[in-house]
Ligand binder design. Structure first.
Ligand SMILES: C[S@@+](CC[C@H](N)C(=O)[O-])C[C@H]1O[C@@H](n2cnc3c(N)ncnc32)[C@H](O)[C@@H]1O
Length: 211
């Protein structure tokens, strides 16, 4: 069976109704709270929200950071973020349409890289963690929120994504990329009906540091 790829066009098509989903909004709030609990944010920090989508997470954190770059491969997602920036008069955000798994790393470095529900869409996990490490300033923080290992029913078995992550495996990849102080919290649980059965999908936050 040919697998379905969730490409930028897929996210472009979802962008305008993304923020209307209360589960997505609550998930972002819980991830933001967990980031605040683990990482001492301050207005001198520069940050990257990778796979930012419409900026649900970035907008929650923007007043606690100096500058935040929203980076995503979907122009549609970034267009929604641009409208929100204009409506709210936000001046400390930049939008960049970039796929770090294919494009060369950007010409910026950051004190914090956060990424929410995006890692499972990126084929080469080891590589993207190495890119994140390169893009962090010494002392910088990484915050990855994603699904714990699941049976493939979250997106559907026909969809070509990682089926969540084993925390131990992800920690090992982060260590291999050069990260230290790796910690996990369970921050949220998504519920979905699949074939008449209620499934629960926990979401973790992994934090780590580049020295
Ligand atoms: C599930 S959405 C999460 C969006 C947002 N972080 C949130 O929590 O609402 C995944 C996002 O990752 C983006 N994405 C997927 N693959 C990507 C890649 N290789 N590079 C950059 N962004 C990517 C998609 O366009 C989408 O906006």
């Amino acid at each position: 069976m040919n697998k379905v790829v969730l490409d930028a066009a897929h996210f472009d098509a979802q962008a305008r109704r993304w923020d209307a989903n209360p589960v997505f909004r609550e998930r972002a709030e819980r991830i933001a709270a967990a980031i605040r609990a683990r990482i001492p944010l301050n207005r001198a920090m520069t940050a990257l929200d990778y796979g930012s989508g419409t900026g649900l997470l970035a907008f929650l954190l923007k007043d606690e950071l100096g500058h935040i770059t929203l980076m995503d491969s979907s122009a549609g997602m970034l267009a929604v973020a641009a409208d929100k920036m204009a409506a709210q008069g936000v001046t400390n955000m930049t939008l960049r349409q970039v796929d770090l798994s294919a494009d060369p790393p950007a010409d910026e470095t950051y004190d914090l890289i956060c990424t929410a529900m995006t890692l499972h869409h990126i084929r080469d996990t080891a590589h993207i963690l190495q890119v994140f490490h390169r893009l962090l300033n010494p002392g910088g923080w990484l915050a990855v929120a994603d699904l714990d290992r699941e049976d493939g029913s979250f997106h559907g078995h026909e969809v070509d994504v990682h089926h969540g992550f084993e925390r131990e495996d992800l920690a090992a990849l982060a260590r291999a990329a050069g990260f230290a102080d790796i910690a996990f919290d369970t921050v949220f649980e998504i519920e979905k009906d699949r074939d008449g059965v209620r499934h629960r999908y926990p979401v973790f936050l992994m934090t780590a540091r580049r020295y």
